[in-house]
Design a binder for this molecule. Structure first.
Ligand code: IMP
Ligand code: MG
Length: 182
């Protein structure tokens, strides 16, 4: 199905049922990997709010949730400048941290978040991202242990991800249709 957001055309890339199935599997993996450890899930706002909400419901071990907020994007292009909007609200010293991201694109945002969290001297840091664009990633991060889906270098929207602030409410994930395919 094709939709239009802010005069840009998108079509479905990942349906909610498929996303839910993948999240269930990631949840199982996290429950095993963090058994008896009380991890802290650090959601990166705004984009991760729906993913984290669904993911945390699959977690049955004792755990905590907190959020940070950074901004870096302007429409489709990264501005390259990352700004801290809401910093850490709790100490992560000696904690097992799982950073929860909606998408890792160039990795600039993740690098910024990792620096912020490393400064807290946690016991461990792992990254769980719903989407990863491997072809866009500038450097590899050994912390990225949990990936929902690897996707091509296409702009996506929905399930928390936005285009110019719009489309976060869409249940499925859509990709921008290139002009050549219209
Ligand atoms: P990075 O710093 O280039 O890795 O970009 C990370 C941030 O940019 C993500 O947390 C998103 O907020 C945003 N972003 C990157 N790619 C997309 C996309 O395809 N759709 C919507 N937001 C994106
Ligand atoms: Mg994000």
């Amino acid at each position: 199905m094709r939709i239009e957001i802010d005069e840009k055309v998108f079509d479905v890339m990942l349906e909610y049922e498929q996303i839910k199935k993948r999240i269930r599997l990631i949840g199982i993996q996290l429950n095993v990997d963090f058994e008896n450890r009380i991890p802290v899930f650090v959601g990166v706002l705004n984009g991760s709010f729906i993913f984290l909400a669904d993911l945390i419901k699959e977690i049955d071990i004792s755990s905590e949730v907190t959020f940070v907020k950074v901004s870096s994007y302007d429409g489709e292009k990264s501005t390259g400048k990352i700004k801290k909007e809401i910093g850490l609200q709790m100490s992560l010293k000696d904690r097992d941290v799982v950073i929860v991201e909606d998408i890792v694109d160039s990795g600039e945002t993740l690098r910024y978040i990792l620096d912020m969290i490393r400064a807290e001297e946690p016991a461990s840091i792992n990254v769980c991202t719903l989407l990863l664009k491997p072809k866009s990633l500038k450097t590899n991060f050994e912390e990225i242990c949990y990936v929902g889906f690897e996707i091509p270098n296409e702009f996506v929207v929905g399930y928390g991800l936005d285009y110019n602030g719009l489309g976060r409410n869409l249940k499925d994930i859509y990709r921008a249709v290139p002009k050549s395919e219209l």
